[in-house]
Design a binder for this molecule. Structure first.
Ligand code: FMN
Length: 218
């Protein structure tokens, strides 16, 4: 049983990464072989879909992107995984650019241009997307339209099997708010939310990792 975790945040030790580490811990506890990929690693050079259509050529390899760059080996791991968890901060109302590029390269080769009803990839991957954001609560989340903007993208993983979304809101963005021009955030309220809510989000992420592996094992 293999579980792959994709960090779409440039920060390796902040909100998104910490939640992914918990999910990875939960998956490991449930018996999976786990691995984390940091999409913003400096040595990792890749772009989104290059529209080469190698994945649509008659007689060509279907289901996985074969464009030769640093993402190719990671995409192979993603389609071989039993469990896939992607994490991203919300950047300008969308998943981060590097996660979006990863998603284009993962999803488009799996889209069947011949027939809507037959998936190209027959293997089931149990998946989830974890989003972290400044957005303070569910009400504002819906008002802005994040339930569509963010979740539509996340639901694309549903082409491989059951998928879910975990949200962590009102995250603690800076180590020291007094150093930044960020007057619209109340540092005391941010700290309080971080102390009270973030541990619950971490626990939810751990439970998510465990649950996905258990479901994949059934
Ligand atoms: C470039 C950039 C754009 C952002 N845009 C949004 C946004 O549109 N909505 C939001 O709620 N938070 C936004 N944020 C805040 C981050 O999503 C939030 O702080 C997130 O938890 C950071 O994740 P990290 O700690 O893993 O890096 C933005 C942050 C950055 C750096």
């Amino acid at each position: 049983m293999k579980a792959l975790f994709i960090n779409g945040s440039p920060r390796k030790n902040k909100n998104t990464a910490l939640l992914l580490e918990q999910a990875m811990g939960g998956a490991r506890e449930a018996g999976a072989e786990v691995e984390m990929i940091n999409l913003y690693d400096r040595g990792l050079n890749y772009k989104g879909c290059m529209s080469c259509f190698a994945c649509k050529v008659k007689g060509g390899r279907k289901g996985v992107c074969s464009f030769k760059d640093d993402l190719q080996a990671i995409l192979e791991k993603a389609v071989e995984a039993d469990v896939l968890v992607c994490g991203s901060p919300v950047y300008c109302s969308y998943p981060s650019a590097n996660l979006r590029a990863f998603m284009e390269r993962l999803i488009f080769p799996a889209v069947n241009y011949n027939d809507y009803s037959h998936p190209v990839v027959n293997k089931v991957i149990h998946s989830a997307t974890i989003y972290t954001m400044n957005c303070p609560n569910e009400q504002v989340y819906k008002q802005i339209g994040y339930d569509v903007l963010l979740e539509q993208s996340a639901r694309q993983l549903g082409m491989f099997g059951p998928t879910e979304v975990l949200l962590s809101m009102d995250t603690y963005q800076f180590n020291d708010y007094s150093r930044y021009d960020a007057g619209r955030f109340d540092p005391v309220a941010k700290q309080q939310h971080h102390d009270e809510q973030f541990p619950k989000d971490l626990a939810a992420a751990r439970a998510l990792g465990r649950r996905l592996v258990e479901q994949a094992a059934q």
